[in-house]
Design a protein around this ligand. Sequence first.
Ligand code: XBP
Ligand code: MG
Length: 263
Amino acid sequence: MTQLQALIFDVDGTLAETERDGHRVAFNRAFKAIGLNWHWSVEQYGELLEIAGGKERLHHYLTTSHPDFQAPPDYGSLQGLITSLHQAKNRFYQQVLQAHEIPLRYGVRRLIEEARQQRVRLAIATTSTPENAAALLESTLGSDSLSWFEVIAAGDMVPQKKPAPDVYHYVLQKLALPPTACLAIEDSYPGLVAASRAGLKTVVTVNRYTQHQDMGQAVAVLTHLGDPEHPCEVLAGYPDIGPIFTLAAARQIHAAGRVPVDA
Ligand code: XBP
Ligand code: MG
């Protein structure tokens, strides 16, 4: 049986609550800065998250909620406006992170530290940008932490974003590992589908936006990774992998869990 050699982390919603408290807030600031009277509530943003990718999400929102909207002449076209809004959103997002407003989810730091101590390799597979992933790592784990991750793969680096498996294929190729040697950690259904299609066993840590999604393909579903002060609940999988999802638990679930059927 192949041993666990690498953990591949999703970013948004998995490492931290960056969707609700980061990207959403930054999108709203971008709307305001550009003079648009739009505001995405916490609830509405949950629905918009079905569209992976900030630019794609903006395009979907514009064409479904404001189908008759004309981009102001300064932006040239609707796509020009989307590009400007997305760039503004990313600037505001970086400001939110630099202000240390978003902490890591429970247990993330602990599991990353355990993996480093035990020489399990680390990688990132995100739909967002490498800059956004790097800013979150730097603001929470310090600037050294970028070097802990052998690969930081992002949505625009591959042909198709999650739920397509492309970003995971890219990571596996860069790590030069088969999917059977890795475990993915995700928070959402599109992320789980992407990892599963790449043949990866996946642990899901749900959040407010994803708690009711179908996580049937996951080898385990947890409320979060857990730490001594904040024990996690095991929602599916083997009960003894909680209340703290340690590296030993990761090895156990990696060895026991079945390979996804899409593989
Ligand atoms: C989540 C996403 C992203 C973010 C915004 O990515 O779908 O689109 O919401 O980032 P993941 P961008 O969970 O895979 O990390 O605006 O840069 O797309
Ligand atoms: Mg995610």
